[in-house]
Ligand binder design. Structure first.
Ligand SMILES: Nc1ncnc2c1ncn2[C@@H]1O[C@H](COP(=O)(O)OP(=O)(O)OP(=O)(O)O)[C@@H](O)[C@H]1O
Ligand SMILES: [Mg+2]
Length: 300
């Protein structure tokens, strides 16, 4: 398995999404990027999860009982985004120029050695594996984990090659690991689960962290739930949704008066706006209407 065989994110790709780091958050700890996630609860989850992983990576804790995190909750409220953001933060800490690569010499000068550890994010879509996009699903799972461990080098790495650290994100994991005994569970799910358990139990937690997301926690095998630290994502409060709406509107230079109806919809006591994705949709619709008129997007 090679880098090009998986959905691989290097830090540059994450920087395109979140923007460069602009400040450190004294209060919670994680850095602030130009186009960052917002909301106190989100910032808290980011800071906490990164602190845990950084501890394991920094102290070379290879056999931790804690393999990673399980993000569950409704649709479009930031579970997958959190996984990507965590990877970006870890690349700041451990990647090129990060603490792992910085040394202060006696002369007091800071020397940054090119090639701190490479931090990569691999996103695996549960449905892709279940559909056999990568061929036989057990074999593919096995390869994925060895890829996370070895990178492209297949164990033939040279002494001086930078070690790679990996965030392995299984997105919409319920499609992969149905609960044993659930009516949809087919025979192959059992052997697939056991491959997964084995790989998770063997995981090198000093170099890898696994993040799972799902909006069907009820379908995820409890043996999987038990191996991860779970975070429930709830519908964000109106002020977070408002912040997202304002931010999106400013990116598109949407004038305040055209954003007003969106803000009112969010603030309404009986608001039906229940996700960040819905907010983004409303802003985009207002934006399109501001250019071509309100009826656009309707095909009669
Ligand atoms: N904390 C946040 N602040 C600002 N924007 C966010 C935040 N979290 C998520 N978003 C934005 O909201 C949208 C939906 O997020 P995401 O895809 O991560 O949701 P999800 O919970 O994984 O949804 P699904 O269950 O459908 O997979 C994305 O466009 C993302 O950029
Ligand atoms: Mg998602």
């Amino acid at each position: 398995m090679r880098d090009s065989d998986v959905n691989l994110y290097r830090p540059e790709r994450l920087r395109e999404e979140f923007g460069p780091f602009v400040a450190t958050d004294e209060h919670l700890g994680a850095a602030i990027a130009e186009n960052d996630i917002v909301g106190e609860t989100y910032r808290r989850v980011l800071a906490e999860t990164v602190a845990i992983v950084a501890h394991q990576w920094r102290n070379d804790i290879r056999r931790s009982a804690l393999k990673g995190f399980l993000f569950h909750g409704g649709v479009g409220i930031g579970k997958t985004t959190m996984g990507r953001r965590i990877a970006y933060e870890l690349s700041r800490l451990f990647g090129e120029g990060g603490e792992a690569a910085e040394h202060t010499h006696e002369d007091g000068q800071r020397h940054v050695h090119a090639g701190g550890d490479d931090v990569v994010l691999v996103i695996v879509d549960g449905a892709d594996i279940a559909r056999g996009r990568y061929g036989d699903s057990e074999e593919q799972l096995r390869k994925l984990f060895s890829f996370a461990r070895e990178g492209e080098f297949h164990g033939h790495r040279h002494e001086d090659d930078a070690e790679r650290r990996t965030v392995l994100l299984f997105d919409d994991v319920e499609s992969l690991f149905l609960e044993r005994g659930s009516s949809g569970a087919k025979e192959w799910h059992f052997s697939q689960n056991s491959v997964f358990f084995h790989a998770i139990d063997e995981l090198d937690t000093a170099h890898t962290v696994v993040v799972l997301t799902t909006n069907r926690i009820d379908l995820v095998d409890t043996a999987i739930v038990d191996r991860f630290l779970s975070y429930e994502f709830l519908v964000p409060p109106a002020d977070v949704l408002t912040q997202v709406a304002r931010h999106r509107a400013s990116l598109q230079k949407l004038p305040e008066e055209l954003l007003m109806p969106v803000l009112q919809a969010i603030a309404a006591p009986d608001s039906t706006v229940r996700s960040i994705r819905e907010v983004e949709r409303l802003v985009t619709r207002a934006y399109v209407a501001s250019i071509v008129g309100a009826t656009s997007g309707t095909v009669r």
